[in-house]
Each structure stands twice: as C-alpha cells, then as structure tokens.
Design a protein around this ligand. Structure first.
Ligand SMILES: Nc1ncnc2c1ncn2[C@@H]1O[C@H](COP(=O)(O)OP(=O)(O)OP(=O)(O)O)[C@@H](O)[C@H]1O
Length: 255
C-alpha cells in the first residue's frame, strides 16, 4: 500500500542547511498500523508531509497504491486521509456544510457526499449535531467532525500525526476507537506519536526515528530482540536517550 524509499529532506542552504530526514525507508500494508516514533524534532512530521505530497523530498520516492508522489501527487493525495492535532474547523459552517464543502474538493458527487455523511455520522456518532454551527460545538464534537473529514473520500491510507495531542481522556478515547475503526476497515495507518503507551497498544509494527534516520524497525517482539528492552519506553531511554534530552533544534544532523 505505502512504500517510502530512501527519503531524504534537507532544509535551508549552505552553512545553515539541516538534514531533517535521512534515507528513510518504510512500508505499510493494508490493515496494518505502523507506529512512527521519535523525540521532538526527530523528523516525523517532515516524513508524513513528504508521504502526503505536501513537501517535495530532496531525494527518494514515495509510492501509494502504485502511484509515485513525485510524478502523480494528486493521485497520492486522493488515497490518503490526514488527521493532525492542528487541523482547523470552519466555525461558521455546520458539520454537514463543512463535509459537503470537502466532498466537493474531493470531486465526490452530491449523492456520494450525502451517503458518506449519513454513514460517517452514524459511525462517529455526530448525527445529533450535524446541523449546528461548528463554532458552538464542544472540542470533542469538533474532533469527531475532523475525523469524519479525513475519512470522507474513503482513502485506503490514513496518516495520524499526534492525534491525541491536547485532548482529555474522553477525546483520547474517541481517537482510540477511530484507530480501531480504521483497522477494521482494512486501512493502512501511520500513527506518529510521542505517546509510547498508545503506540504499544495500537501499532502492529514500529519505526524508531532518531535525527532523521530510522534506527530500529519491527514488531514489538522484533524490537525487543534488537534492543534487549521489554517496553518501548525503555528502548527510547536506552537507545535514543540523548536525543530525548537534547533541545529540538539540536536534533537533526547538520549537513
Ligand atoms: N520548514 C522547515 N525549515 C527548516 N527546518 C525545518 C522545517 N520543518 C522542519 N524543520 C526541522 O526539521 C527537524 C525535524 O522536524 P519535524 O517537525 O519533522 O520533527 P518531529 O519529529 O515531527 O518533531 P515534533 O515531535 O516536535 O513535532 C526539526 O529540527 C525542525 O526544526
């Protein structure tokens, strides 16, 4: 489903040039949750942005469902949904209007849009406030609309960038259920998070990224074998400890 091959991203020029991601390769299959884990500034968001076609890689390639992001970025975008802590909501629109708006952007027909709104409002339990202004909804209710928006075009692949950041226990629970839903629907999921407990609970495989490079990769038992540690948190402290303590701006390798 997803294949990222030797992705590298440099920011800046000359002496101030910084390598945020260095020759990172990973694959994610349909129905699999891949936990992309790393400290602040490790390169997670930069990697996700390259996968989505929002940021051109300095070198390397991403293929989603057979489409190469450097050649057919629109085909790749069409196959990916993004949930990020910073996604905004249109305060003056109702959830129905907002989903109609995004459905049009994704070139869905009016019939497809109204069918998806019915399905998603049942799945994510927001039928009761479909026609209330988003500005008057609670944080948790707005979050459900954002989750629905990411699924509207029924993409086979979902990127979740720190999806529980800033959420309370109930909001976090909604995200947990959402990940379960994505898995049951056979989506390929990349979950980028600092929350190692969350990752350990949901991910089938993990990539531990440090200073832009994937240092360890595998299932929990493979990582346990590779690192000699039982839990993800111990792997971090033992093997990536220095970067956990370093300020974010010091993390990437200067090139
Ligand atoms: N547009 C940019 N220009 C210059 N440097 C950037 C840019 N975007 C990211 N970086 C740098 O690249 C490095 C990797 O950043 P990135 O946001 O990918 O890390 P991250 O793992 O997502 O971190 P966090 O968990 O803190 O969000 C950081 O040092 C960051 O400062």
């Amino acid at each position: 489903m997803l294949e990222a091959s030797l992705l590298t991203k440099d920011f800046g020029e000359g002496a101030s040039r910084v390598r945020a991601v260095h020759e990172l390769s990973l694959t994610v299959q349909a129905g699999e949750v891949y936990g992309l884990l790393g400290a602040n500034g490790a390169g997670k968001t930069t990697t996700l942005r390259m996968i989505m076609g929002l940021l051109p890689p300095t070198s390397g390639e991403v293929t989603v469902d057979g489409f190469r992001v450097t050649i057919e970025p629109e085909e790749v975008k069409r196959r990916i949904g993004l949930v990020s802590a910073s996604t905004g909501i249109y305060q003056w629109l109702t959830p129905r209007e907002m989903l109609e708006y995004f459905g049009n952007i994704y070139s869905l027909s009016a019939e497809q849009i109204s069918q998806r709104i019915v399905e998603l409002s049942q799945l994510l339990d927001f039928a009761k406030f479909l026609d209330r202004a988003c500005g008057n909804l609670s944080t948790g209710q707005k979050q459900r609309i954002n989750l629905a928006r990411a699924l509207l075009h029924d993409p086979p692949m979902m990127l979740l960038d720190e999806p529980t950041r800033g959420l309370d226990i109930l909001g976090t629970q909604v995200i947990f259920e959402y990940i379960g839903l994505l898995k049951s629907q056979g989506k390929a999921v990349v979950l980028s998070t600092h929350r190692l407990d969350e990752a350990e609970r949901f991910a089938d495989r993990f990539g531990l990224i440090d200073q832009g490079s994937l240092r360890f990769e595998g299932t929990l038992s493979q990582l346990q074998e590779q690192t000699g540690c039982t839990h993800l948190v111990d792997m971090f402290v033992k093997h990536l400890g220095k970067s956990l303590l370093a300020p974010a701006s010091d993390s990437p390798a200067a090139v």
